[in-house]
Design a binder for this molecule. Sequence first.
Ligand SMILES: Nc1ncnc2c1ncn2[C@@H]1O[C@H](COP(=O)(O)OP(=O)(O)OP(=O)(O)O)[C@@H](O)[C@H]1O
Length: 238
Amino acid sequence: MITLDHVSVKYRQRLAVAEVCGTFTTGRSTAIVGPNGAGKTTLLKAMAGLLPASSGQIHTPERVAYLPQRTELDRQFPMTVAELALSGSWRRSGAWRRLDRTEQERAAHALAHMGLAELTNRPIGTLSGGQLQRARFARLMVQDAPVLLLDEPLNNLDPASRDLLLKQLTDWQIEGRTVIAVMHDLDLVSRHFDETLLLSGTVQAWGATAAVLAAARAEIGFTGHSLWVNPLAEEAGS
Ligand SMILES: Nc1ncnc2c1ncn2[C@@H]1O[C@H](COP(=O)(O)OP(=O)(O)OP(=O)(O)O)[C@@H](O)[C@H]1O
């Protein structure tokens, strides 16, 4: 169970996320949704331990794996697809220790599962967007963490890659892992996530997906592409 207790996160003096309180239950999936600039990525990074909370407490008793948004920068690392997947075993093998056969087999299995068996020796810079995201998912599979924090995992993908990764999200849920993902596609959210956190600087709603999305649509017309006002952005005068 991950608990957020009055969590706020600032960039310099400016609040990006304010007073978030709530619980992510072990084994449940949660979508974090909200308009641009709502603080979704910021909250996920804070939960991954990559940004400090400026106030409040984040309790994450279990090990987390974090998938940042995909960017062009990802392609610029001089590594192969196999090396990317294998880097998920870092915690078990240590940065400089020789990687044993078990870890290599684990990475090969994850890549095959992601349909990348033929591409293992390719530099990641030569992959398509969908192939790269599948390789990044293979790395997550190798990490084998009980909690997955995923930032827009299904954005801008070809249909085949999207379906494959969606199935992987479902498999992780069936395995009892806690899946927390920033999502923009509310149809996918309504079909695949148990709970939804609607964020706009502060928590607007958090609970069962059907109820949160129904309230969001009815009360504020939030469609996933809305121009809904972020109160923290208003405060900052932007
Ligand atoms: N590194 C940074 N330095 C300063 N301000 C930042 C930084 N990263 C984000 N912000 C600001 O914090 C606020 C929240 O940004 P964040 O990226 O968390 O939003 P988001 O909900 O993930 O948005 P999107 O849906 O557009 O990805 C925004 O006002 C943004 O401009």
